[in-house]
Ligand binder design. Structure first.
Ligand code: 9D3
Length: 270
């Protein structure tokens, strides 16, 4: 897979792609990720990428010409893109399913917006998908592009060494993860659940599965409708068998910093 990111902050993108699993995948040649400085595709002395909005209003709009030239230059070098993605708050929300679809494509081009937005003709005539990463306001499309590339790249075969940990996301069927612990067995009076020290692998698997169900009920009940549950789990859920324990888990006290207490209270009593 190749991906070319068009941005006015190339160092920000480059820094985000150097570290960790993705950095290693690039070094090993499994993915070919390149950063393009939008200003390299301008033709004026000041390397101008923005202009005032037609119709007036605050802020600036990204000019279409440099973006069209950048995408066309990438196509000339790489061959035509499989998808030209614009990172924008107006896009469809990135999900694991969308990341999976994008990971199967050969050639991605990703455009990062800045300022008030991008000239609409870019969206009309160049872009194949507009994507957002969620409903909160950022200052531009660069961090969203890194989030998208992180989610997509790790799904490319060979990028994550342990295929089981990639598969877990899809096979584990839409439930939240169970709690994890490592040594020591007691830390500042906080003990690891006994079952995890028991060596009884059947019991450990059952405990983990139950924790995942309880956590999902307590924190993300919206996920349960589409989760892959056994017939017995569905039945237990519908008869409310885990309800009280999930409620107790949701109400369980966590670390309390002054400012966080009110925020977390709203989480439990929306
Ligand atoms: C304060 C400006 N807003 C006026 C209603 C519009 C606006 C323009 C540009 C809001 C955010 C941005 C910059 N954000 C992105 O380019 C962006 C983004 C985001 O802010 N949240 C989630 N996903 C994305 S993808 C691109």
């Amino acid at each position: 897979m190749t991906a070319d990111v068009i941005t006015i902050f190339p160092r920000l993108i480059e820094a985000g792609l150097e570290a960790g699993v993705i950095g290693r995948a690039r070094e090993r040649g499994i993915v070919d990720l390149r950063v393009r400085d939008l200003r390299d595709y301008t033709d004026d002395r000041h390397r101008t990428v923005d202009d005032v909005p037609y119709g007036g209003g605050p802020g600036m709009v990204m000019k279409p010409e440099p973006i069209f030239r950048a995408v066309e230059a990438i196509a000339a070098e790489r061959g035509p893109a499989s998808a030209v993605i614009l990172m924008t708050p107006q896009g469809r929300t990135l999900t694991q399913g969308l990341a999976r679809e994008l990971s199967r494509l050969e050639r991605l081009v990703i455009i990062c917006g800045r300022y008030e937005g991008v000239d609409e003709r870019v969206a009309e005539a160049l872009v194949t998908s507009e994507i957002s990463i969620g409903d909160y306001v950022l200052t531009g499309g660069e961090l969203p592009a890194l989030v998208l590339l992180d989610a997509v790249t790790r799904l490319v075969p060979g990028v994550v060494g342990d295929a089981a940990s990639v598969d877990a996301d899809s096979f584990d069927g839409g439930l939240l993860d169970c709690p994890h612990y490592t040594r020591p067995a007691v830390f500042r009076g906080l003990a690891v659940p006994d079952v995890l020290l028991s060596g009884n692998h059947g019991e450990i698997e059952r405990w983990r599965r139950r924790q995942r169900l309880l956590r999902t009920m307590a924190r993300r009940p919206d996920l349960l409708a589409r989760a892959e549950l056994s017939a017995d789990e569905r039945r237990a859920l519908e008869q409310g068998e885990l309800e009280r324990e999930a409620e107790a888990l949701a109400a369980k006290p966590r670390a309390a910093a002054a400012g966080a207490v009110e925020i977390e209270k709203k989480r439990r009593e929306p």
